[in-house]
Design a protein around this ligand. Structure first.
Ligand code: SF4
Length: 342
């Protein structure tokens, strides 16, 4: 598919050494840090992830520090990043590494991939970046670059087709230092071969099929079939002297153990009744403040946010948001932000 993998790898590496961004997880010789960064960068933009990464590794400086922390504290350090399951899996796997592997991060691909929350891509990214092993890692950026470079127009949502792309990346990584190559290919996808590609400054231009055939806009082909369940909730915001009333979600399911304002499905009347009966309160007044949508990978929440006054709020425990030690769900952080309740 790629006529000259060595030439492609050489061009990429020459470009990378000049243009790579200075990121805190680059150039570190610590598989634990590489693992944390790769988990954070899944579903999160680099600019957003960087401050989280810096804070996280400052507090949890070794895999055993992470293993010995409480889940509540780990979630607090993840607060606002979303996809909290990533943090829970990271914590669980840290315990496994610390208590079952003497705190030594595994270096073989199979064991890395067996860690909870680590799929094929992250395992291969860690294997190549942290251990300098030639395992090509293919994420969304790499799929885009290689499909354009080779003119590969098959549906990349199909695992077998994504493996074809991985095979091309594998043919290239064997001609370069694996640690740098993996980061270089991702970097090219993130900064040059973006959705609107900057072909004029791309080191691969002379060998790129999409550039030569003017088909950059048609590649990659990814036929998505994500049907999200839609749910509507009434959210009740009760405040008392700059404090708010929050509830902890159950310890399983979506957003397990995170804090939110009370929220209920159904029509408003039923939702208010549920709120009153659950917390043994009487609602005095309620005003709809605004609506907002929050999108998860398989669900969309339509949140109707109400400010609520109670006849007597003495039965509720209100908390200050300035020093609240637990993680609040991202959707509800947005509510806090919009209501400016702090
Ligand atoms: Fe992407 Fe354009 Fe470079 Fe081809 S030439 S790899 S389409 S940026």
């Amino acid at each position: 598919m790629l006529k000259n993998p060595k030439q492609a790898a050489d061009s990429l590496m020459d470009w990378y050494h000049v243009h790579k961004r200075d990121l805190p997880f680059r150039g570190i010789d610590n598989p634990y840090f590489t693992w944390v960064s790769e988990i954070m960068l899944q579903q999160t933009q680099v600019d957003t992830a960087v401050p989280y990464f810096n804070r996280f590794i400052k507090r949890f400086d070794t895999v055993c520090t992470l293993a010995n922390a409480s889940e509540d504290e780990v979630l607090k350090y993840w607060e606002g990043l979303g996809y909290y399951r990533r943090a829970k899996h990271l914590h669980e796997s840290a315990k496994r590494i610390c208590f079952e592997m003497d705190g030594v991060f595994p270096s073989d691909l199979k064991t890395i991939e067996s860690l909870k929350g680590v799929g094929r891509y992250i395992a291969r990214a860690i294997h190549s970046i942290a251990f300098n092993e030639p395992s090509a890692a293919v994420d969304g950026n790499v799929l885009r670059v290689i499909s354009r470079l080779t003119g590969y127009d098959q549906d990349l949502m199909k695992p077998a087709n994504a493996r074809v792309v991985e095979g091309v990346a594998q043919s290239m990584i064997e001609h370069a230092p694996p640690r740098d190559f993996t980061q270089a290919l991702m970097e090219l996808g993130a900064t040059v071969c973006q959705k609107s590609p900057k072909c004029d400054v791309c080191p691969m231009q002379s060998m790129c099929v999409a550039y030569q055939t003017d088909t950059q806009g048609e590649l990659p082909v990814m036929i998505k079939n994500t049907k999200r369940t839609e749910k509507t909730y009434h959210v009740f915001v009760t405040t008392h002297e700059k404090k708010v009333f929050l509830v902890r979600r159950p310890d399983n399911g979506l957003l397990a153990n995170l804090y939110t304002f009370p929220q209920y499905e159904g029509d408003l009347k039923t939702a208010l009744k549920s709120f009153e009966s659950e917390f043994k309160v009487d609602v005095d007044t309620h005003d709809e403040a605004f609506k907002l949508d929050h999108i998860f990978s398989h669900q969309v929440w339509h949140l109707v946010v109400h400010r609520v006054e109670l006849k007597d709020d003495s039965a509720l425990s209100f908390v200050s948001l300035t020093d609240f030690p637990y993680a609040i769900a991202k959707a509800h952080l947005k509510i806090i932000d919009q209501l400016k309740v702090i």
